[in-house]
Design a protein around this ligand. Structure first.
Ligand code: SF4
Length: 249
């Protein structure tokens, strides 16, 4: 399952091509197929893990004293089993480098999950996160965490992959070598955080580097025409620390 020379990610089983979705299908994604050559995975399907069958009636997220999950067709409240599984699973992980989960899912979605006012699925209030994904964000606020839809965006994909390889290298390298090798990239996220980490290279300070949510605007501000430069100019190749195949269209 895991080896020391590749990043280790938690991956939704349906994205890995397994037929575990509510309708018995999978969620094959060409980028995930490419990524699988370069990472080790811990596959997870929270809904199957709590004992739901394949196929199964759909479950939904409901905003009611926080967020809950119900299965309208069977009248079941699945909040507690899903929360219990999420905490148990996330607490049992080895040192992990990132999360790639299925979008729009009431369990796995980091984005796009339809959310309602009632357990019967009435009163649509918008798109939020799934319950397992919420627990990931709570327990791993600084780790790279994305869904396959976010990764259609060049900048989100760049940040996800960069963070993934930084976490992986931090886990497997000597601190001083790590700073020397990746200082430019660390500074891209946070100059102040990097200075602090250099003075005191503890894990907590490493994590603090990522407390800022950076994206297209931030990157283009730091390096004008960021996308074009890192893709075409040899001088900027140092900003790509993952297999280049992963960022090329
Ligand atoms: S989105 Fe998550 S819970 Fe749904 S089938 Fe895929 S792995 Fe299972």
């Amino acid at each position: 399952m895991s080896s020391s020379n590749k990043p280790l990610i938690v991956l939704s089983r349906c994205l890995a091509g397994e037929n575990v979705r509510y309708d018995g299908s999978n969620a094959y994604d060409p980028f995930v197929e490419k990524l699988l050559k370069y990472v080790d995975i811990i596959p997870v399907c929270p809904e199957v893990e709590i004992g739901l069958p394949v196929p199964r009636p759909k479950i939904i997220v409901v905003k009611e004293n926080g967020y809950r999950v119900y299965q309208p067709e069977t009248n079941r409240d699945l909040t507690q089993p899903l929360k219990d599984f999420s905490y148990r699973f996330l607490s049992s992980l080895p040192q992990i480098d990132g999360f790639l989960l299925k979008s729009k899912s009431p369990s796995c979605g980091f984005s796009g999950t339809k959310t309602y006012k009632t357990p019967e699925g009435k009163g649509y209030i918008g798109r939020r996160k799934g319950l397992f994904a919420m627990t990931v964000k709570e327990k791993f606020p600084y780790h790279p965490a994305a869904d396959e839809l976010m990764l259609k965006d060049f900048y989100k994909k760049y940040i996800f992959l960069t963070k993934l390889y930084l976490f992986f290298n931090y886990r497997t390298m000597e601190n001083s070598q790590f700073v020397k090798k990746f200082e430019d990239i660390l500074t891209l996220f946070s100059k102040k955080g990097t200075e602090k980490f250099k003075r005191n290279p503890i894990y907590q300070n490493f994590l603090r580097i990522f407390s800022r949510n950076i994206g297209e605007k931030w990157l283009n501000n730091k390096i004008p025409d960021f996308r074009e430069k890192i893709l075409t100019s040899p001088e900027y190749k140092k900003y790509i620390i993952f297999p280049e195949e992963l960022i090329n269209e």
